[in-house]
Design a protein. Structure first.
Lengths: 364, 364
DNA sequence: CCACCATTCGTAAACGTTTACGGAGTGCGT
DNA sequence: ACGCACTCCGTAAACGTTTACGAATGGTGG
């Protein structure tokens, strides 16, 4: 609507001065700057992004690529929305805007990203759901687009990434279960090529090794990370001739389906089978029995992602001098009721108890 | 990188011709068009969006505004990702791209939208989570930006919107419960100003009226649409002196918390209290007991949203002649186990049964 | 041979902004 | 009175693309 030109003739000054006034350049009289800003406010002027981007070669927009492929949708959940708010808190300081770029499920993520990058609608990218070998990383590196990957990848040798501490999670889960007498511990893993599955399994194997427990491939259940996947996982667990006494879930909502299937066969989760989950405790605690779960702050993760990205952008890196390239993001264990089972003691009655919040009984 | 200029001198023709060739204009020799396309392919040319937008005044990008405000995050869930893929299937036909614009939680949605609109990075908008009175609608109308709202609003008298059939859902849920002997039926509603709460409650009240059941405000439980909200809702239900025999949930995942709190007090959902949910059946069916639920296809909803939007854009409306302005989106009842309770019969033993898929026992 | 049309292409302007450059005015020291 | 520095501002080019306009060519009918 109102362009810089209308502003200029309204105030009877040149468009150059208007531009400089708006952009806080030094060579403009304070009085005229005041007038320009007032007029801009009054006329509701906002710079046209296309013109600005064209001239400056930058858009002040950061893209967060997300995949809406079927499996990703299942567990994408509120994950991205949570991370987004952390990202925005960092970007806001630099007047950067965040947009989410959802890759259509019928388009190759690599092609999609290529299109978006070439069209120059973003200055930098955050990619997620990184594959074991992910061509997007080479693409971005070659195009010299600053980026950070959420999830490490074999391709990402020289790039910035943040990844969840799958190794630590697997290790601590195993430690905890072993301390409670478990020896036969199953684990779920995604069936796709997404790299977190490999990392998660690696951690699992190494943790077992450390305790001299032989790795049994039959205990790795490959299912979708969804309620249905959980149901299927329980189904397969029940079919095993030598049934495990504990299971580690890669995604907390799988517990819903898992619980369901177990109960259908009269197996009580938490009493007859220990369960430990992963990722989002707030919702896991309302399950029955509540899920012992490794939790993290999505907001904080977003903040760190944002800082890491800006640290890799020439225009902003001075603000984030200390920030390194690769981060393993820690998770915190929230103890629930789902791993109370101790195989040495045998079946133990499990009675539902009132949930406590912050160690107090819940108050509303 | 490679602009139209490099292409032109590479081929030794003018940039005008190159542009016309790429854009499929008629006044260009088929032979030269072939050469241009080949060269573009080889050099990896993709049009710079800023230049194009600046010239044409349009960006070929549609924005989907989503709010990451606290309550919205709780239940936003995979909702947007599901809708997104339906939207994209429509937009792809017209080479339109979809971006998601997440409004920072600390920014006024109206101001945010104003910024985005003024910067001209999108040609049209889809807004969601519409408030009872929503200034964004006036803003978009005044700025003459085509848009469609997901959720009706009092402000939206003359605009396009699609809304879920809350009235129908409330009505059918009540019908069903009444037919099974229920008279005292509770309902949950959001505490915020988001309009769907009002519409939902209106439907509830009218359905009760139609069956000569007096409306009891004590049966309206205002909680957050989350697991915790469900927990709290159950808590409040249990405190009522005259306890209801059924409850309708506005969001299916609330059932997790609800179930939990009920069981803590020895009240068995489905046996001692009928529960009917709303929105996403696929995950509700894995609950124990599985939730009777009104379901819809997020994909189809996205498709319809896309069609409605394009029908309101001058450049595309010829493709969607029949598409009206306002749509009440129907939902389908999926019968589960959570409303088996019949107060006339009294307590009935509830035994977990194997889930069946497509009327068959589940196969993997 | 001319008029006319169709086909194909080049030229140049335009979109809205930023910014390098230089000019005008003022103040100050010499 | 002159030079110089400093402040403030206008001019115009540039970013990459699309497109209106017209020119050049060739073909066709009279």
């Amino acid at each position: 609507m109102t362009g810089i030109r209308e502003l200029a003739e309204q105030l009877d000054i040149s468009i150059g001065t208007v531009s400089r006034a708006l952009n806080g350049k030094s060579d403009v009289n304070e009085e005229t700057r005041r007038r320009v800003l007032a007029a801009a406010e009054e006329l509701g002027y906002v710079a046209n992004q296309s013109g600005r981007s064209l001239r400056q070669g930058e858009t002040k927009v950061i893209g967060l690529m997300i995949e809406s492929s079927t499996e990703a949708v299942e567990n994408a959940d509120n994950f991205f929305l949570g991370v987004t708010s952390g990202l925005q808190s960092v970007f806001a300081r630099h007047k950067l805007d965040l947009i989410m770029l959802p890759c259509p499920s019928d388009e190759d993520p690599h092609e999609y990203l290529k299109r978006m990058v070439a069209r120059r609608i973003v200055d930098a990218m955050i990619i997620s759901e990184t594959q074991r070998i992910d061509r997007r990383i080479d693409l971005l590196a070659r195009a010299k687009i600053p980026f950070v990957a959420l999830g490490r990848s074999l391709s990402a040798s020289h790039s910035a990434w943040i990844d969840l501490d799958f190794e630590g999670v697997a290790n601590r889960a195993i430690e905890r279960l072993i301390a409670r007498g478990h020896r036969r511990i199953a684990i779920t893993a995604p069936s796709s090529e997404v790299n977190l599955g490999y990392v998660f399994l690696d951690g699992y194997r190494r943790a077992l090794e450390r305790h001299d427990i032989p790795f049994d491939p039959a205990l790795v259940i490959r299912v979708k990370s969804s309620e249905q996947g959980g149901y299927q996982a329980a189904h397969e667990l029940l079919l095993l001739e030598e049934r495990p006494t504990a299971v580690i879930l890669i995604y907390e909502l799988m517990a819903i389906g898992l619980y369901r299937r177990l109960m259908e066969s009269g197996v009580m989760p938490g009493r007859d089978l220990a369960v430990i989950g992963f990722r989002d405790a707030p919702r896991a605690r309302f399950l029955q029995p509540s899920l012992s779960c490794f939790r993290m702050s999505l907001y904080d993760l977003g903040v760190e992602l944002g800082r890491t990205l800006l640290a890799n952008m020439p225009a902003y890196q001075d603000f984030y001098p200390g920030d390194g390239r690769n981060i393993i993001w820690p998770l915190e264990l929230i103890v629930g009721e789902s791993d109370l089972f101790d195989p040495r003691i045998g079946e133990k009655q499990f009675e539902p108890q009132r949930l406590s919040f912050d160690n107090r009984t819940v108050e509303f």
